[in-house]
Design a protein around this ligand. Structure first.
Ligand code: NDP
Length: 484
């Protein structure tokens, strides 16, 4: 098999296999063919990975930030040099078109390694002067062993978005990718070793949810960072709470995108396309509830349908193709079941809606109009290429409806009225907001959700606070006064 890795797991700087673990078949979503066979981690493998991370942590944290940063920046360079090869692997793992993976996966992972590599040398505590000459200084310390658990839509990116800030702060990591897309995190682990990371600093083990669960409850683990669905997030957060572990939860969404009638329609349609159909709709922050002001509804839908005719659906390895298969048959069936629910609830199917026959897990980009707030397609995360268009009249009305969801990951507004744009954004109950664009996530900006969409932030300087803690040191320059 062309994409068979040396072994399933990467522990203490080397590939490790244990074929007694449950098999994991890696399927290329464009054909349905098995491209690799791996094995889920046994309790012994889990133990080896955690032991390796635990043993490596103190020495890694004892290096200067400059030295740790140098390793991360070298790893970023290697990832960029190998971008094409890594992108081809990512396309086979996820089914996402090469046109996308070449610019959004290893490159985004490299950005995180470079950014946090650059920050590592400047991570410090502070000096706090007190009265009478006393003072406090704080020491920024690593948390210890961190666990990263990933979803299947951006496997390389997630492995790096979690690994880079963790390592920059002096932590070590055990990362478990989704069993649907297990291949690319192994490459990240290899590259870090090649870049000079000591053995055991970044380990990868494969497995189903039970492996993730056993990592979360292990007493050696100080922090858990999960990218996944809300139901999984609830379980992982609760399990972590029992051990009082730090958490970052990057969970699902049902984000609103509001298009006012003064918006530039071409830009709004572009935003709706990016925010619903990039990666075949398998993006957590997607703006899947598109609220369009009544005056431009017809023009918006007409232009959207025209533009969707230009989607090139097909072999993801063909760089002209810009719309690929869904990651798995299961995910395809979930998305198709929502199409049926939309129809049954009375929404108007204006584009797509069917599976594309032949090999692979393809469906058409799909648009429903006349969607109302109570329909399942407007309330539940589909995680597929299904856009719901809802009408509205006024700003006050649409903002209340946009916020009427348990999720709070992202939100966007398209308007040429600047004061309205900022007013609407101020009212959004969401962690990541957009004005006249959608779904950009540069490493310099905090990314994460409010409400049920998560806890904590990834990327930016804020991520440092989620992978380190402060030790406070009070220094007395005076005699000690005691009451007796
Ligand atoms: P899941 O929640 O099903 O799984 C996420 C990860 O958690 C997988 O590696 C999974 O393993 C693991 N897992 C499952 N159960 C447990 C458990 N009890 N304890 C520990 N780990 C467990 O999500 P998907 O992989 O299906 O990804 C899609 C979801 O991810 C969507 O809801 C999407 O919105 C969200 N997402 C959020 C992002 C964000 O940044 N906010 C970005 C990308 C996706 P296994 O797969 O082997 O079961």
């Amino acid at each position: 098999m062309k994409f068979q890795p040396t072994a399933s797991h990467f522990i203490n700087g080397a590939y490790v296999e244990d074929t007694s673990g449950a098999p994991i078949d890696v399927i290329y979503p464009a054909t349905g063919n098995v491209i690799a066979r791996l094995h889920s981690a046994t309790p012994d493998i889990v133990n080896q990975a955690l032991t390796s991370a635990k043993n490596a942590q103190a020495d890694w944290a004892a290096l200067s930030g400059t030295e740790r940063g140098r390793v991360l920046r070298r790893a970023a360079d290697i990832m960029r040099e190998r971008n094409r090869e890594l992108s081809i692997l990512e396309t086979h793992d996820t089914g996402k078109p090469l046109q996308e993976t070449l610019v959004a996966d290893a490159t985004s992972g490299a950005d995180a390694l470079e950014y946090f590599g650059g920050l590592a040398a400047s991570l410090t505590g502070e000096h706090i002067p007190l009265g009478g000459g006393d003072f406090v200084y704080t020491i920024r310390e690593a948390l210890g062993v961190c666990v990263g658990i990933g979803a299947w839509n951006y496997p390389t990116q997630i492995a790096c978005w979690k690994g880079a800030p963790a390592l920059a702060c002096g932590n070590t990591m055990v990362f478990k990718p989704s069993e649907t897309t297990p291949l690319s995190a192994l490459q990240v682990a290899e590259i870090l070793i090649e870049a000079g990371a000591p053995k055991g600093v970044y380990n990868v083990i494969q497995g189903y949810g039970d492996v993730g669960a056993s990592l979360v409850t292990d007493p050696r683990v100080a922090k858990v960072s999960l990218t996944g669905s809300v139901p999984t997030g609830r379980k992982v957060y609760a399990a972590a709470a029992d051990g009082m572990k730090h958490v970052t939860m990057e969970l699902g969404g049902k984000s609103p995108m509001i298009v006012f009638d003064d918006a530039d329609i071409e830009n709004a349609v572009s935003g709706a396309i990016l925010g619903n159909f990039y990666s075949s709709g398998q993006v957590c922050s997607n703006g899947t509830r598109v609220f369009v002001q009544k005056g431009i509804k017809e023009a918006f839908l007409k232009r959207l349908s025209e533009r969707l005719e230009n989607a090139i659906i097909g072999d993801p390895l063909d760089e002209n193709v810009n719309f690929g298969p869904m990651v798995s048959e299961n995910q395809l069936n979930i998305a198709l079941s929502y199409v049926e629910k939309g129809k049954a609830d009375g929404a108007l199917l204006v584009y797509g809606g069917t599976r594309i026959e032949g090999n692979g897990y393809y469906m058409q980009p799909t648009v429903f109009a006349d969607v109302t707030d109570d329909m399942a397609i407007a309330r539940e995360e589909i995680f597929g290429p299904v856009m719901s268009v809802l009408d509205f009249d006024t700003e006050q009305e649409v903002l209340a409806r946009a916020n009427d969801t348990e999720f709070g990951l992202a939100a966007g507004v398209f308007t040429n009225d600047l004061t309205r744009a900022h007013r609407v954004v101020a009212g959004f109950e969401a962690g990541t907001c957009y004005i006249n664009t959608y779904n950009l996530a540069p490493v310099e900006a905090p990314f994460g959700g409010s409400k049920m969409s998560g806890v904590g932030r990834e990327n930016s300087k804020l991520a440092i606070n989620h992978f380190s803690e402060m030790k406070t040191v009070y220094v007395s320059m005076n005699d000690v006064e005691a009451p007796y």
